[in-house]
Design a protein around this ligand. Structure first.
Ligand SMILES: Cc1ncc(C[n+]2csc(CCOP(=O)(O)OP(=O)(O)O)c2C)c(N)n1
Length: 560
């Protein structure tokens, strides 16, 4: 016979969990008592939201399922944003929450929240464990569901009496869930159809989403693109899935994508969408999106197909598996590599018309685009970059040269400010040898900066750049462009002293307002054993361009 707490820890060990990110609560003390003697490390964060983001960052870098564990009531509600962030970006995660005893559920007991109800629409699945006999099976299923098919977060709510009661422990070797059988292979006839279409296409584009990273399909994408000389564009989530220094790479598409990636996609005759979901940031006005293109969509999630854009050739399957098959079909058919001279000439014209450019900064300020280009140059090809949400995120997506998958961590779907710093902690724990740089804005940084103390406690060094424009810059940019500069609720005229804040939390802190100083401090910081915060002064009126206004089409693109 084993206690619930013992079963939980044993299941976690069998699932090969090495780190749990969490914050304590009395309801979980029995579990901690068992964890005491387990090789699993419990990383105490300073806020539950951060614990969820750290587990998410860990998962994005390692490819494994991230785990967080928090107490009932407010602990559980604090992870809601972290779960929604992971859900929107399809990140495998299992979140354990303490719960009041089953006999008290619904009584408004102390620290009670119906977390299963609250998270129903932002988890891939969730469980309230009602019977100790189900505990091991549920945990096994939770890990299986989180990591298979389209990955996502799964929540397991653990009432106190379940943690304390006993049963015979049996770890189910196999998982079988009726109606849940993700299809990996893709339909062979559909795959052949794509190969035929590819041989006919004159202006094809590969449009790559986060699914390429999640299914580890980068090599297969490169093979397809090079075999057939097809330009590749990426969503925000797909960055890193294709080397940005490859001449076939067009950069990101969509709202803040490059002019030429947007023009190429919209003028193409064949779009091959890989693990992408045609979200509104990419398509803009749906009825104007790529009017002449035959659309191929390869995705593990059948419900993503034809959700936003009507797809001509759908294939439900794992991107890597399907591409392996497709590449074989293409090899059988091609005699020589197409040159696509006209198509590339046209793309070059668009590139020349509106290149990504930025001018010189005013004295006392740095250009954020320059800062990001420098970071890209000074950090190595395996450096992991995390961001928050806002202008700094888009400048990073535009100017950082991502070369490898799983090096780019950002909240793409939900757009969560406060994600970057805790995600950097998870990233560094997943891959301690990598350089990790969090690029943030002054607004976002203040949402989870307390976690520097966590980083210091566990000896997790990374560099956090605060691009300080004394404002919620991205919203201010909207007010500049669409509200005649009637600024409201976007100024951050009083900010903390970021250097002192960093120092008080156990980090090194620096203030930078000139280029030479930035280079020196950044180089020095790469060697630091402590977390480092570098505050960089940038101008309030700096903007992110190009920009396709929300709901607009590529014809409405603003370039300056
Ligand atoms: C949690 C959360 N609250 C609000 C928003 C809305 N929002 C999007 S960008 C932005 C401004 C971000 O400001 P900052 O972090 O300073 O970055 P900047 O745009 O100046 O680079 C805000 C408030 C959000 N995305 N997330």
């Amino acid at each position: 016979m084993k206690k619930g707490s013992e079963i939980i820890v044993e299941c976690l060990e069998r699932e090969n969990v090495k780190h749990i990110f969490g914050l304590p609560g009395a309801v979980l003390c029995d579990v901690y008592d068992v964890l005491h003697d387990s090789p699993i490390d419990f990383i105490i964060c300073r806020h539950e939201q951060a614990a969820a983001h750290a587990a998410d960052g860990y998962a994005r870098v390692s490819g494994k399922t991230g785990v967080c564990m928090v107490t009932s009531g407010p602990g559980a509600t604090n992870i809601v944003t972290g779960l929604a962030t992971a859900y929107m970006d399809s990140i495998p995660m299992v979140a354990f929450t303490g719960q009041v005893p089953t006999t008290m559920i619904g009584d408004d007991a102390f620290q009670e929240a119906d977390i299963a109800g609250i998270t129903r629409t932002i988890t891939k699945h969730n469980y309230l464990v009602n019977d100790i006999k189900d505990l091991a099976r549920i945990i096994r299923e939770a890990f299986y569901i989180a990591s298979t098919g389209r990955p996502g977060p799964v929540l397991v709510d653990l009432p106190k009496d379940i943690i304390h009661s006993k049963t015979k422990f049996e770890y189910p070797e196999k998982v079988s869930i009726r109606g849940y059988n993700p299809n990996l292979k893709g339909h062979p006839k559909q795959i052949e159809k794509i190969a035929v279409k590819l041989s006919e296409a004159k202006r094809p584009v590969i449009y790559m989403g986060g699914g390429v990273i999640l299914s580890n399909a980068s090599r297969e994408v490169e093979e397809l693109a090079h075999m057939l000389n097809i330009p590749v564009t990426s969503t925000l989530m797909g960055l890193g899935g294709f080397p940005s220094n490859d001449k076939l790479f067009l950069g990101m598409l969509g709202m803040h994508g490059t002019y030429w990636a947007n023009m190429a996609t919209n003028n193409s005759d064949l779009i091959i969408a890989l693990g992408a979901r045609f979200d509104d940031r990419v398509t803009g006005r749906i009825d104007k999106f790529a009017p002449d293109a035959t659309v191929v969509h390869i995705d593990i999630d059948p419900s993503a197909i034809s959700k936003n854009i009507t797809v001509d050739i759908p294939v439900v399957g794992d991107v890597k598996e399907v591409l392996k098959h497709l590449n074989e079909e293409v090899k059988k058919r091609i005699k020589s590599k197409p040159k696509r001279t006209e198509w590339f000439k046209e793309i070059e014209k668009w590139k020349a018309k509106h290149p990504l450019l930025y001018g010189d900064g005013k004295k006392g300020y740095l250009k954020p685009q320059w800062v990001i280009e420098k970071i890209s140059e000074l950090a190595d090809d395996s450096a992991i970059i995390t961001t928050d949400v806002g202008q700094h995120q888009m400048w990073t997506a535009q100017y950082f040269k991502f070369k490898k998958p799983r090096t780019w961590l950002t909240s793409g779907g939900l757009g969560t400010m406060g994600y970057g710093l805790p995600a950097a902690i998870g990233a560094k724990m997943a891959n301690p040898k990598s350089i990790v740089v969090n690029i943030s804005g002054d607004g976002s940084f203040q949402m989870n900066c307390q976690e520097i103390a966590t980083a210091k406690t566990y000896g997790v060094p990374f560099i956090s750049i605060v691009l300080n424009n004394n404002s919620y810059g991205m919203v201010r940019q909207y007010q500049t462009i669409f509200y005649k500069k009637r600024y409201y609720a976007t100024d951050l005229d009083f900010n903390p002293d970021f250097v002192k804040l960093a120092e008080s939390l156990g980090a090194e802190g620096y203030y930078v307002d000139d280029e030479k100083k930035f280079i020196d401090i950044f180089k020095k910081s790469l060697k630091s054993k402590l977390p480092v915060v570098i505050e960089v002064k940038i101008e309030k009126d700096e903007k992110v361009f190009p920009m396709v206004p929300a709901g607009g089409s590529v014809k409405d693109i603003l370039v300056d």
